[in-house]
Design a protein around this ligand. Structure first.
Ligand code: MG
Length: 253
């Protein structure tokens, strides 16, 4: 029988399809702002540049090196700058606002997310731990019909502590009335989710698909792939692999 009594999920890139939803929202803005005419490159180059800078800027946010308001704008400033698309700072602010409005309303989930959650629901209490912003994450969960599955949604922003800080995992366990050893953290971010859970002795299921995308972009930029010198408890290439791990002889709630 599985030793887990409680499951913690990350949201962005783990259940809610961050890559696809971002791509759709940016494509719409790219078209409605007629950026094709102002850009030397195609949309795909812009999307890759944004993805690269967004990831880097989120790492700074996680380390408390920049504030939320700056994060929202600077990722676009860097991508537009890199591609020599000339927008002034007022335009970049408006673009960033338009993106924040449009992106969370996209409804795509990772392949198999609903099926997995439906299959797990009779067996485990499930919760979300997210570094994303509370006003945004609720919109995403409603749009993607992910909101009915979770007992607690633990927002780093409300607590003032971000993953991978141990305290957010301890607080999550307190809310869920479990010990770290009884829980599994499922997430797509090596540092926030895997290292964070490891730090409190919680098992981790690392969904590697986001990192695969980042590594493709790194290769395009002549950078080496990300390497980790530790092993997660489980490495997943798709969410459905969790069914084997969690549903054989699973306890009933
Ligand atoms: Mg994530």
């Amino acid at each position: 029988m599985t030793k887990y009594t409680t499951l913690f999920f990350d949201l962005d890139g783990t259940l809610w399809d961050l890559k696809k939803n971002t791509q759709i929202a940016l494509r719409q803005l790219w078209d409605s702002w007629h950026l094709e005419a102002r850009a030397p490159q195609q949309f795909n180059a812009f999307f890759k540049s944004y993805t690269h800078h967004n990831d880097a800027v989120w790492a700074l946010y996680r380390d408390n090196k920049i504030e939320k308001e700056l994060l929202r704008v600077i990722r676009f400033e860097r991508a537009f700058g890199e591609l020599a698309i000339s927008l002034d700072s007022a335009e970049i602010n408006r673009f960033a606002d338009a993106f924040i409005d449009l992106c969370p309303r996209q409804a795509n989930v990772l392949p198999g997310a609903h099926e997995l959650l439906n299959a797990l629901a009779p067996h485990y209490p499930m919760h979300i731990i997210t570094n994303g912003f509370s006003e945004i994450q609720m919109i995403k969960m409603k749009a993607a019909q992910l909101d009915g599955f979770f007992q607690h949604i633990i927002y780093s922003e409300d607590l003032g502590i971000k993953k991978p800080h141990p305290e957010i995992f301890h607080l999550a366990c307190q809310k869920a009335a479990c010990s770290p050893q009884q829980a599994l953290m499922i997430g797509d971010d090596w540092d926030a989710d895997v290292i964070g859970a490891m730090g409190v002795g919680m098992d981790q299921a690392f969904l590697a698909s986001t990192e695969d995308v980042l590594n493709e972009i790194r290769a395009d930029r002549g950078q080496k792939p990300l390497r980790h010198n530790r092993q997660p408890t489980y490495r997943l290439s798709a969410l459905r692999e969790l069914e084997d791990i969690l549903l054989k002889n699973a306890p009933m709630l």
